[in-house]
Structure formats: structure tokens, C-alpha cells
Design a protein around this ligand. Structure first.
Ligand code: NAP
Ligand code: MG
Length: 510
């Protein structure tokens, strides 16, 4: 309220109006008030309740079950979402199968491409709303949702729109034969990049002529449902994409459905292994994008300030909820003291707090469960004898927050050096020779990504050849592009997403 006039500021007035327009939620015996929406959320349209998106319509769940999705920065509910049971997944797969047979598999590549271009443009048109919803539902800083997630999601649709009518040229040596689509694809995605992962999954599947049932993560279903609205606006034929919100069990129904021809999964290595077992012998195609514990290797000849920025981006981007995060720093011994002093100073400068504030660098941890996991692993670092360095920034009283943290004096045997923390916590180790760096970088069961910082081009090539990681960045980190394949080795999964390599997972080449 303005002190001078006693009138409401425009922001407060908007917040009050939105709060008044949106009734209280009642379910599970509880009643919640909607959070008054802050200024930035003024023109965001969130329904009180979201149904499943099946056969081109929003339909109530046959399971009759629903759950709330909350804003992790405020701990308040945003909307009520349907929990798809076995019968709902069945209806979605049937709708996808019908759409595949009747429409989508008969359409020319050029026609499919037109729909993808339309979807890409609608994502661009609604970029602001999508970014705000992504930030509210998942906790990521608005500047990241705005500058990374949403533009890249559009870019994935644009890129794959271009492939839709050129698939016969994608796979050399096939003399103009057009690859065949697989049928219904079941796609399961995690909560760290909800809209972007939906785009990574949907765009290549549709470009290649498949239809889809998509299962978003339990804590971040809203941008997938916003995307469903976009698909309707783009007049995508009903059933080509179906979206079933729910928990892990919903995903398991999808994995086990006999009419699903292919499963594409991004998530934890633990669930990835369960899925691999579940589809064994079924004839279903499978791609898995799983966890990681990337080594970010800094040589003494690197531009040190640039490297510090890369380290910060590598581990604190998206609160460290990044499968390819540079979560293990390997620094050449001679510069370790100087680099760590700079890093300690730098993490004090990071702004932690309200994800909707465009100056925020580190937002909210996605869920209470994830915060507990980060705390537990951080405590293990202390207990096992590593030295804790933590930003002294104040944390908001409400919501799930964790300060930017790194550990020095880490041994390879420590849990913080071996386990994926999936939070803003970096484990720092040193090395003396390139061989030692390679040995340490490659010594885990993960193999998703890595980074190399050096002034010498020859050293970059020598190192990247020996690093057992699907993606290696040189003098940069966490850079993504739809033209570039992404995926892991070993327990980080198999198959590639993005680029021409990513198409292969969605076609029959025989
Ligand atoms: P998660 O627990 O494995 O969940 C991923 C998705 O699978 C969610 O939609 C989840 O539903 C669903 N799910 C859970 N149990 C299932 C089951 N038994 N059968 C089928 N689906 C099931 O992973 P998360 O915690 O959401 O995500 C973090 C993990 O993903 C990290 O390990 C990270 O490294 C990895 N990740 C990898 C990549 C990559 O490209 N390699 C990218 C991003 C994240 P619920 O949400 O309802 O549990
Ligand atoms: Mg949420």
C-alpha cells in the first residue's frame, strides 16, 4: 500500500484481484488459499483445476484422483492436477494409437512440419506466460526460464520442423528410402526443465511421424498443460499428443502398456534401471537419459576468471538441478588456492531468493524431498571430513532454499564426490597431471558430461578424446543447442536426443 496516498500500488491491486478471482482449493480434507500473485504474474492464466489432455480434449480422470502442485518458493498451491490411473493411461494410449493410424502416419512430412512450426511460433508468442508458470511451478529463476528454457523449447520445435520433410536425407547410405515411424511413444520427463524436456521429447517424435503419450513430473506439471493448450490452438489433430499427469505409478502404467512401441525416459538412474528391466523382452524401443556427476577440469593455464564464471554456471545454474551439472571440480594443484579464493568470493555475490525477481541467480529447490536430499548429502560431506564453504546469504523464511555451497579437501571416496546431489553443491578435488585428471574424471559409473578449461587447443583435443562423457564442453559449460546430440555413457543412459542422431530413436530404418 502506498504510504503517501493510502491507495494500492498497481502490483498490489493486481495481486488482490487475482487472489479474489481464484477461489480457494478444497481437496484431501484440506482447504488452501491461493497465494496472492505477485506483480510479475499479473497476466498469467492458471486454472484452478487441470484435467488430463486426451484425444485433443481436457478430460476428468477416471481415477477420480487429483493432487496439488505447489510453488516451492512459497509452499503454496498453484492448481489442482489430475492423477492418471491405469484406465486413464489406457485411454491416452488408445487415443494416440487411433491418431497414429488415422491421421498422423498418413500425413506427409511437409504437413507434419507445418504443425511443428506453428507450435514453435505459439511458444514464442506465449513466452512470457510460459516462463512465469515454469518459474512458479518449479522454482527456477525467471531469468533462466525466460532466457534458456522457453527459447530453447521453441528452438527444438523449429529445428525438428525442418527435419520432418527431409528424413530420407538424415541417414546416409539408404538411397532415398524414407524411414518409418514407430507408432505410439511413451515419454516420461523430470522436473528440472519441464517445458524444455517436453519439447526435447515431443518435437523429434512428431517430426518422425509418431504419436505420443507424455508423462510430466509430479511437481512440475503446469507448463506441459499450458503446452496442451498451445497444441489445441495449433489445431494439432486430436490424439497426436496426449498428456497424462500423475506420479511414478502413472509412468509405470505407460511403460508397461502393450500398445506403446517406444519409451523415452529422462530421470534418475534408479528409475531408468527399473524401466529397462520392465521393457526387457517386450520388443519396445528404449532411450534413457539418466543422472550424471560431471567433472569440470581446470588447468593452470586457463583464463582463471572466465573459469570461475564457468564453474559457477556449471553448478549453480538452475540450483544445480541439472543432470549434466559440473558437480565435481578438478583443479590443477598449482592454482587451487587462488581459484578457490575467487570462487568463495563469487558465491557471496550470488543472489538467492524470489525466483520471480529478475535479479535472482539461485531460486528455490524444487521440492521438500529434494531439499532434504541436498541437506543430507551436504551433512555427509561434513561428517566425512571435507571442508564446507557456503554463501552467507540470507535465505527466505518460507519456501525451499539452499545456499550456494562447495567443499574443498574432498576425497574420491566421499559420497559428495560419487553421488549425484542435484543441488547447488560442488565437490572440489585437485590433480597434478592430465592423466590423473582423466583417471579421476572417468572413475564413476556416470558418463553424461564434462568440461575442460585450458588455454591450449591441443590439450582440449587430447583431453576430450579420453573423457568418457557424452557431452564435453571446452572453456564453457551448460551450453545447449537443438542441433547438437545429447546423451550419456554407462549409467548415464543410452541413445541421443537432439541433432540428426536424436532422430534415429524415433524411426525404423530396416
Ligand atoms: P525420477 O524420480 O527418475 O523421475 C523422472 C520421471 O519418471 C518423473 O516423471 C517420475 O514421476 C517418473 N517416474 C518415477 N518412477 C517411475 C516408474 N517406476 N516408472 C515410470 N516412471 C516413473 O527423476 P527426478 O527426480 O524427477 O529427476 C531427477 C533425475 O533426472 C536426476 O537423476 C537427473 O540427473 C536426471 N535427469 C537426467 C537428464 C538427462 O538428460 N540425462 C535430464 C534431466 C534430469 P514423478 O515425478 O511423479 O516421480
Ligand atoms: Mg510445483
Amino acid at each position: 500500500m502506498s504510504k503517501a496516498t493510502g491507495e494500492l500500488s498497481p502490483a498490489a491491486a493486481a495481486a488482490r484481484r487475482i487472489a479474489a478471482e481464484r477461489p480457494r482449493l478444497e481437496f484431501g480434507g484440506a482447504v488452501w488459499d491461493y497465494a496472492p500473485a505477485p506483480e510479475a504474474t499479473d497476466h498469467v492464466r492458471l486454472a484452478r483445476r487441470y484435467d488430463l489432455f486426451v484425444g485433443g480434449e481436457f478430460v476428468a480422470p477416471r481415477s477420480k484422483r487429483r493432487f496439488a502442485t505447489i510453488n516451492p518458493a512459497t509452499e503454496e498451491p498453484l492448481a489442482e492436477v489430475a492423477e492418471a490411473g491405469a484406465a486413464d493411461v489406457d485411454a491416452a494410449v488408445e487415443a494416440a494409437e487411433r491418431a497414429y493410424r488415422r491421421h498422423w502416419s498418413r500425413l506427409s512430412g511437409a504437413e507434419r512440419g507445418k504443425y511443428l512450426y506453428r507450435i514453435a511460433r505459439l511458444i514464442q508468442e506465449k513466452a512470457r506466460e510460459l516462463a512465469i508458470v515454469e518459474t512458479m511451478d518449479g522454482g527456477k529463476p525467471i531469468k533462466e526460464a525466460r532466457d534458456v528454457d522457453v527459447p530453447l523449447a521453441a528452438a527444438h520445435f523449429f529445428y525438428h520442423a525442418g527435419w520432418a520433410d527431409k528424413l530420407e536425407y538424415a541417414f546416409p547410405g539408404r538411397a532415398g528410402r524414407t524411414p518409418r515411424p514407430l507408432g505410439v511413444c511413451g515419454q516420461i520427463i523430470p522436473w528440472n526443465f519441464p517445458l524444455l524436456m517436453a519439447a526435447w521429447k515431443l518435437a523429434p517424435a512428431l517430426a518422425c511421424g509418431n504419436t505420443v503419450v507424455l508423462k510430466p513430473a509430479e511437481t512440475t506439471p503446469l507448463t506441459a498443460l499450458k503446452l496442451a493448450e498451445i497444441l489445441r490452438e495449433a489445431e494439432l489433430p486430436p490424439g497426436v499428443v496426449n498428456i497424462v499427469t500423475g506420479a511414478g505409478e502413472t509412468g509405470a502404467h505407460l511403460v508397461n502398456h502393450p500398445k506403446v512401441a517406444k519409451i523415452a525416459f529422462t530421470g534418475s538412474t534408479e528409475v531408468g534401471k527399473l524401466i529397462q528391466r520392465a521393457v526387457a523382452g517386450s520388443g519396445k524401443r528404449l532411450t534413457l537419459e539418466l543422472g550424471g556427476k560431471a567433472a569440470n577440469i581446470v588447468f593452470a593455464d586457463a583464463a582463471i576468471d572466465q573459469a570461475v564464471e564457468g564453474i559457477v554456471n556449471g553448478i549453480y545454474f538452475n540450483q544445480g538441478h541439472v543432470c549434466c551439472a559440473g558437480s565435481r571440480l578438478l583443479v590443477e594443484e598449482g592454482i587451487a588456492d587462488e581459484l578457490l579464493a575467487k570462487l568463495a568470493w563469487r558465491i557471496e555475490q550470488l543472489r538467492v531468493g524470489d525466483p520471480l525477481d529478475k535479479n535472482t541467480d539461485v531460486g528455490a529447490i524444487n521440492s521438500k524431498q529434494q531439499l532434504d536430499k541436498i541437506r543430507e548429502l551436504t551433512q555427509s560431506g561434513v561428517d566425512e571430513g571435507a571442508t564446507l564453504h557456503q554463501s552467507s546469504c540470507p535465505l527466505p523464511a518460507k519456501g525451499y532454499f539452499f545456499p550456494p555451497t562447495f567443499f574443498s579437501g574432498v576425497a574420491q571416496s566421499h559420497r559428495i564426490a560419487r553421488e549425484e546431489i542435484f543441488g547447488p553443491v560442488l565437490a572440489v578435488m585437485t590433480f597434478r597431471t592430465p592423466d590423473e585428471a582423466i583417471e579421476k574424471a572417468n572413475n564413476l559409473a556416470y558418463g553424461l558430461s564434462a568440461g575442460v578449461w585450458t588455454d591450449k587447443g591441443a590439450k582440449i583435443f587430447a583431453m576430450t578424446r579420453r573423457l568418457r562423457a557424452g557431452v564435453v564442453w571446452a572453456n564453457t559449460f551448460n551450453k545447449f543447442d537443438p542441433t547438437s546430440p545429447f546423451g550419456g555413457y554407462k549409467e548415464s543412459g543410452f541413445g541421443r536426443e537432439g541433432g540428426v542422431h536424436g532422430l534415429e530413436a524415433y524411426v525404423e530404418l530396416g
